[in-house]
Each structure stands twice: as structure tokens, then as C-alpha cells.
Write a protein that binds this ligand. Structure first.
Ligand code: 5GP
Length: 116
């Protein structure tokens, strides 16, 4: 069950501000409030979905394709493709997801350490 009062739903409704990097019909990208790397951006689809699997199973293909094309657009915009980056999505309790609206983290700007 999707929680309409999660922080990212509020950001999408413009009830809470964000430091926007890119926005279009299908998605919004903004800086993480508590960055874990020199560059730390969050990307969220505007589609109502709580996890990656929820998004892939329930959104229309045009929505899914547009979202992931936008991830690459942001990578180009920030000029991080050459040096590299890490894309992460946390899902559910074991994945350590805190905000229950599907999002990707784009981490870059320095060497990102190993998870383990
Ligand atoms: P998760 O653990 O769910 O994958 O990641 C949630 C992310 O959202 C965290 O990195 C956290 O710092 C970020 N975050 C939480 N609240 C806000 C907020 O109000 N604004 C922004 N820009 N990021 C937030």
C-alpha cells in the first residue's frame, strides 16, 4: 500500500522544496539532503510506486523507459560518465529503504567505497 504522505510524494506535490537537477513529465531528480558522496542525486518517477519492483510491474513501458533515459540525461548533464558513478536503489526492509517511493541514488564525484 503506497503511503501518500511519504517525503518524496510531498516533494512531487511541491509541499516540500527540493534542490532540483532535472524534471520532465515522468520524473524528478534532485540533490539528496544528506549526501553520501560529493555528488549525490535522487531520481524519482512521478508514477505512484513504492519500490523498484512496484514501478516495473505497474508502470507503463513509456514511463519506465522515460525514467531510465532521464537517469542517463542527468549523468550527461553532470558530466560524470567518464569518471564513473554508482546507481543504487534500496528496496524494502532488507534493502534498507527509508522513503517508500521508488528512487535511485546516483553517487559520483569521488571514488565510491565498496559496500562490504
Ligand atoms: P533510502 O534509504 O530510502 O534509499 O534513501 C532515502 C534518501 O532520501 C536518503 O539518502 C535521505 O538522505 C534522503 N532524504 C530524506 N528526506 C529528504 C528530503 O526531505 N529531501 C531530500 N532532498 N532528500 C531526503
Amino acid at each position: 500500500m503506497y503511503d501518500k504522505n511519504n517525503i518524496f510524494a510531498k516533494i512531487l506535490r511541491k509541499e516540500i522544496p527540493c534542490d532540483k537537477v532535472y524534471e520532465d513529465e515522468f520524473s524528478l531528480f534532485f540533490y539528496d539532503i544528506s549526501p553520501q558522496a560529493k555528488i549525490h542525486i535522487l531520481g524519482i518517477p512521478k508514477f505512484t510506486c513504492s519500490t523498484f519492483s512496484d514501478f516495473i510491474k505497474n508502470a507503463e513501458n513509456k514511463n519506465i523507459i522515460s525514467f531510465f533515459k532521464s537517469v542517463q540525461f542527468v549523468i550527461n548533464k553532470l558530466n560524470i560518465e567518464k569518471d564513473g558513478y554508482r546507481i543504487i536503489t534500496n528496496s524494502g526492509e532488507d534493502g534498507g529503504q527509508e522513503v517508500p517511493h521508488f528512487h535511485v541514488h546516483i553517487l559520483a564525484g569521488e571514488k565510491i567505497g565498496r559496500l562490504r
